[in-house]
Ligand binder design. Structure first.
Ligand SMILES: C[S@@+](CC[C@H](N)C(=O)[O-])C[C@H]1O[C@@H](n2cnc3c(N)ncnc32)[C@H](O)[C@@H]1O
Length: 432
């Protein structure tokens, strides 16, 4: 589904960055995707973790996640899809009446045929569930297939904020439902449909992934038709675009976002928090860093990626954006047994200081082996090595084995970086 802020193209960046921080422990972890949208991130992590918790305040987001995340048993829905795809059209339903040209005179969000077909299929799914012809799991699978199929034939430029005057080519195609393939793995996955700030008080886990909206665009307005299909509720559509009442997110309001965001960070019962945020967001980078640093050890990774924007002539233009992944290792949940906490003053030292302060290479080695990846990052960020050496060292951030330490030391040694204890430590490490 074409969705604002979808992390589809950033899946690899997210998996490698998150795995890089939590390592092998990921497979036993509870991972929470608190602003799930299309559930893309939860779907990516479902095969990599023990349990996924996901949530979105929008109902279509809930329906997608209830299927992709929570469904976890083999289903054969081919017979139901065949039946739905070949149902006889019934005109006069809600979508046809309010969001097709034939029914409404304007609001051409779908072709007349597709609008009537969406109504026909939606009401059959409800009836089938009511008479227990389908289970709840299959209900959400069929509903997800319908949402995705409807989105494919929507007559919009990209969101449901407006419809197009002329039926575009893809909107002229007949809607056709296909299976929405999902992974079967892990256990106890759970999808919620709540405000993130309410849910955060009720859940706990290991990795909390946050991908809130970063600008004023309210998802409830931009994707209102998907909500209407998902909820199958009757209401009085308003104005030119037929908007329902919709929930307004604090994350889309400049004067509320920081308070809402800090509440999540403060209340989160998760050891690690990862926040995706755009460089043009309502919260500045400094504001985010200030909030996160209050609650633990902060670090950042970024990536530049190409996104495509539809301009007014509807041709697609390339555009580069920087995606920030802010990382917080929350102090109160750090597993102290897995590594020794390094004090700020130790981190403040340069590598040279580290090596000269501790004369015993054995002690120094055991100290180094206890450093976490983030400790290493801070060390290298805090001291004045030439940039090309830093770049080399960054390759060896995963300091979990002696081999990696030797690599770091070799790099430094080859770069002519020497102190007497450094030399000693180097030969000591090579021999253990
Ligand atoms: C940037 S999108 C997430 C995109 C998602 N990661 C994906 O790949 O599809 C932000 C999501 O946050 C949801 N949202 C906005 N405010 C929320 C709130 N207060 N609580 C929960 N979800 C919220 C929106 O409905 C939207 O789906």
């Amino acid at each position: 589904m074409n969705y604002i802020g979808s992390k589809l193209k950033l899946s690899e960046f997210l998996t490698s960055s998150i795995t890089g921080v939590v390592g092998d422990r990921l497979k036993n972890m509870v991972f929470c995707d608190l602003f799930a949208g299309t559930s893309r991130v939860g779907r990516t992590f479902k095969p990599l973790v023990n349990t996924v918790i996901a949530n979105d305040i929008e109902h279509y987001g809930f329906s997608l996640g209830r299927h992709y995340i929570e469904n976890n048993e083999i289903q054969d829905i081919s017979m139901f899809l065949e039946e739905l795809n070949s149902l006889e059209l019934v005109k006069g339903g809600f979508i046809w009446t309010h969001y097709s040209q034939e029914g409404h005179g304007e609001r051409q969000y779908f072709s007349d045929y597709n609008a009537a077909k969406i109504d026909t299929i939606r009401s059959a799914i409800n009836d089938w569930y009511d008479i227990e012809y389908i289970t709840e799991d299959i209900y959400y699978h069929l509903l997800s297939s319908l949402l995705e199929a409807a989105d494919k034939v929507a007559n919009t430029a990209s969101t449901y904020g407006a419809y197009l005057k002329q039926l575009k080519k893809s909107a002229q195609e007949e809607i056709f439902l296909i299976e929405s393939k999902f992974d079967i793995c892990g256990k106890n996955h759970k999808m919620y449909n709540e405000s993130a700030n309410d849910l955060i008080y009720k859940i706990s886990g290991d990795v909390l992934y946050l991908d809130p909206p970063y600008n004023q665009r309210q998802y409830g307005a931009y994707y209102h038709i998907l909500n209407t299909i998902s909820k199958a509720e009757i209401f009085e559509p308003k104005g030119k675009t037929g908007l329902p009442e919709y929930s307004k997110s604090a994350y889309c309001r400049k004067n509320e976002v920081k308070i809402a965001f800090e509440e999540i960070i403060r209340e989160a019962k998760f050891e690690y928090i990862f926040l995706s945020y755009n460089n043009e967001g309502l919260m500045s980078e400094t504001e985010i860093v200030d909030i996160l640093s209050k609650y633990g050890e902060y670090s950042l990774v970024t990536t530049q990626y190409q996104r495509y924007k539809a301009d007014t002539s509807r041709s697609h233009t390339a555009d580069f954006s920087i995606e920030y992944l802010h990382i917080l290792h929350k102090d109160e949940f750090k597993k102290e047994s897995s590594h020794t906490k390094i004090t700020k003053s130790q981190l403040g030292h340069s590598i040279k200081d580290l090596f000269t302060a501790e004369k015993d290479p054995r002690k120094m080695t055991s100290f180094m082996l206890k450093l976490t990846i983030n400790d290493w990052k801070s060390i290298f960020d805090n001291q004045k090595l030439p940039l090309h050496i830093k770049a080399h060292i960054k390759k060896y951030f995963k300091v979990t084995k002696n081999k990696d330490l030797i690599n770091i030391l070799t790099t430094l040694k080859d770069s002519g970086y020497k102190t007497p204890s450094f030399e000693e430590a180097f030969s000591y490490l090579k021999n253990i």
